[in-house]
Design a protein around this ligand. Structure first.
Ligand code: ADP
Length: 167
């Protein structure tokens, strides 16, 4: 059985992430979406529990996709699944440089681990979680950027953030 791991911080999950997950689910028998606790991205908008819940609701229509979380190195996590392949989305040259470097590091920790890249859908090349957070903070319409199931969650959290910043 072929297994793919789609990792990310998903703060929050966007339609760009979901596009990669859906396409991966057509290629692999089983897909594990792993919500990473990301130490390099400080002050996340959502807690890991909130992110997990939003990712679960967003992928519930895909029967071969499951959701997990991990606090540690991705290359270590991947050792749990024999033969698993990391699948990541590439939006731009900047993603490539970062991913190329990550892949070299992952290979040192786990030499068996392969990474595959899917090019971002043209509709979503501009889309990132940080764009969504920014738009939400200023009260912009989030339709077409994130799964409909999680728009309320983001709007509620953005309201709290605005309150905190006195806006
Ligand atoms: P972000 O870069 O938005 O903070 P993550 O760290 O959660 O998101 O990214 C997880 C994976 O999803 C990475 O491989 C990233 O390149 C990919 N990804 C993020 N946004 C998109 C998008 N709009 N289209 C395709 N892939 C994406």
């Amino acid at each position: 059985m072929s297994i793919a791991i789609c990792p990310g911080s998903f703060d929050p999950i966007t339609l760009g992430h979901l596009n990669i997950i859906r396409r991966t689910s057509k290629i692999f028998d089983r897909v594990v979406v792993c919500v990473m606790h990301n130490s390099t991205k400080p002050s996340p908008m959502f807690t890991v529990e909130e992110k997990l819940d939003m990712v679960r609701r967003s992928v519930s229509r895909y029967p071969n996709v499951e959701v997990d979380t991990y606090d540690g190195l991705l290359a270590e996590y991947a050792k749990r699944y024999e033969g698993a392949v990391l699948v990541k989305g590439l939006r731009a040259a900047s993603d490539f440089e970062y991913e190329f470097q990550m892949n070299l590091i992952n290979k040192q920790i786990n030499p068996q681990l392969e990474t595959m890249f899917l090019t971002a859908d043209g509709k979503y090349t501009f889309l990132s979680s940080s764009v969504v957070r920014e738009m939400a903070f200023y009260g912009a319409d989030l339709k077409g950027l994130v799964p409909n199931e999680i728009i309320d969650d983001i709007e509620k959290k953005a309201k709290l953030w605005r309150g905190r910043d006195g806006k």
